[in-house]
Design a protein around this ligand. Structure first.
Ligand SMILES: C[S@@+](CC[C@H](N)C(=O)[O-])C[C@H]1O[C@@H](n2cnc3c(N)ncnc32)[C@H](O)[C@@H]1O
Length: 459
């Protein structure tokens, strides 16, 4: 296509005779577009898919069950041909051109006297994007970007402008009106920059935040944050940024997921940059996927910034290699949260795999989990580690074995969050632990347990 000489117009086709040649899926799509514009539609095709037959039965279209003949196209305002027969398509094009009826042969830019744009409709607003017939996919993407940047209340703004225009019609000249409404539009309509960034805050220590996460937090208008996010991470938000706690603390009632979703939507639609800040990695037992689906369903622009998941960050910083030659060939990340002691986790399979087990949210179910493992054949002497408040100055590590851990921790007061790690790799940790230097930045913060206590209760 050499030059872009298209004249963009919005054609009124309501009650106007429009013709579609073809009875397949693509013809059906075009019929639906015309139905949305209330056109008076005729379809010519020897055979049709069921959906088109249904439209005919419901009196939404006229159907001429025949092959195409030139005599059929007289008197139409618009023609679309969507057959798989190139000869027919070419014939329709040349017949229509002779009669000067606008014609579009689907997917044949050379055989079109007009193109369909990629359309965004919102009340009275209709935006159509053309790429001069060169790339419908690029056109659709641009349409989607425009749609997602459209201010939420654009339709009511347009309606109010219309009412005002009618009132002012008699009193103002065409040029005065143009200037007046131009200024009004500048004041009231601007692209919505609202979006959501789902950010992983890492396992606990603020030093383990990624640079990208830090940058997003500092650019946020609103931060919706979960429990266990370190205050130093929140302090990266600007002075103007509003920080809203939406997390769950055990025993306390918490904001429901639906309410969090609605907050993300409403803030983004009102033009705010929202950071949804979650512990660890947002897509690991963090409901980040559900939130992303919600945003996608509501056409809200979003992106996701990974964080170090606590299963990995806590283990590695503690000195527990999750895989190690000769000890473990893999890692299984599980949640103990929904484990009800029945067979909703296949413990036989889990035991057989011989991989390191990293169990999130499992502390309350510890008894059930270790019993199930032993019942499935796991050696009661298999090492287990419980890491409280990993990567923070209050970290405490308790190591034992799955056969006796429950009994032995009965009198200890363990504090959440707790990561459970089970497997022979804990033997490597026992070898390393006395030689691992503690990050000196953690010495400044000595609450509760002191610095990185380690208790070995294996024997
Ligand atoms: C709802 S899950 C969220 C996991 C998070 N998305 C991630 O990737 O780490 C919360 C669980 O992660 C574990 N956890 C999170 N932070 C921890 C930490 N600093 N130390 C130990 N366990 C932690 C605990 O098992 C806790 O119950």
């Amino acid at each position: 296509m050499d030059q872009n000489n298209l004249l963009p117009i919005f054609l009124k086709v309501k009650n106007q005779p429009c013709l579609i040649v073809g009875g397949g899926k693509i013809a059906y799509q075009k019929i639906k577009q015309l139905i949305a514009c209330k056109a008076d539609i005729s379809v010519i095709s020897k055979e049709c898919i069921n959906e088109i037959e249904e439209l005919y039965k419901d009196d939404k279209i006229k159907l001429i069950k025949s092959r195409y003949y030139k005599k059929y196209i007289n008197g139409y305002k618009l023609i679309i041909s969507a057959t798989s027969d190139n000869k027919v398509n070419k014939q329709v094009y040349s017949d229509a051109e002779k009669l000067r009826i606008p014609v579009n042969i689907v997917d044949e830019p050379e055989l079109c006297s007009y193109y369909f744009g990629s359309v965004h409709s919102q009340g009275s607003l209709k935006v159509a994007v053309s790429t001069n017939g060169e790339s419908p996919s690029a056109g659709k993407r641009i349409r989607d970007l425009i749609a997602s940047s459209m201010p939420n209340k654009i339709d009511s703004i347009i309606n109010r402008f219309n009412q005002l225009r009618k009132k002012l019609k008699l009193n103002m000249s065409y040029y005065d009106k143009k200037i007046f409404f131009g200024n009004l539009a500048k004041k009231h309509i601007s692209f919505n920059k609202g979006r959501v960034v789902i950010v992983g805050a890492g396992p606990g220590s603020p030093d383990l935040l990624t640079l990208k996460a830090a940058e997003s937090i500092s650019n946020a208008d609103i931060i919706l944050y979960d429990a266990l996010i370190h205050p130093d991470i929140l302090s990266l938000g600007s002075k103007k940024c509003k920080k809203i706690f939406v997390g769950k603390r055990s025993g306390e009632s918490c904001i429901k997921q639906n309410a969090i979703n609605e907050m993300m939507k409403d803030f983004a639609k009102s033009g705010k940059i929202v950071v949804r800040l979650k512990g660890g990695d947002p897509f690991v037992f963090g409901r980040g996927g559900e939130e992303a689906i919600f945003l996608r369903n509501h056409q809200i622009p979003f992106n996701i910034i990974p964080g170090i998941s606590s299963g990995i960050g806590v283990a590695t910083q503690t000195g527990i290699p999750l895989t190690h030659r000769g000890y473990s060939k893999g890692v299984l990340f599980l949640t103990g949260h929904q484990y009800d002691g029945n067979n909703n986790i296949d413990w036989d399979l889990v035991s057989k795999l011989n991989t390191t087990l990293v169990i999130y949210m499992g502390y309350k179910k510890l008894n059930k989990i270790v019993s199930a493992l032993i019942k499935s054949g796991k050696d009661p002497k298999t090492p287990i580690g419980l890491i409280e408040k990993g990567t923070t100055a209050q970290q405490r590590v308790t190591i034992g074995n799955i056969g006796s851990i429950n009994e032995k921790i009965k009198t200890m007061k363990l504090e959440t969050p707790i990561m459970i790690i089970i497997g022979d790799v804990l033997n490597i940790y026992k070898y390393l632990k006395d030689n691992i230097e503690i990050d000196p930045t953690l010495y400044s913060d000595t609450n509760n347990f002191g610095i990185h206590q380690i208790q070995d209760i294996s024997n």
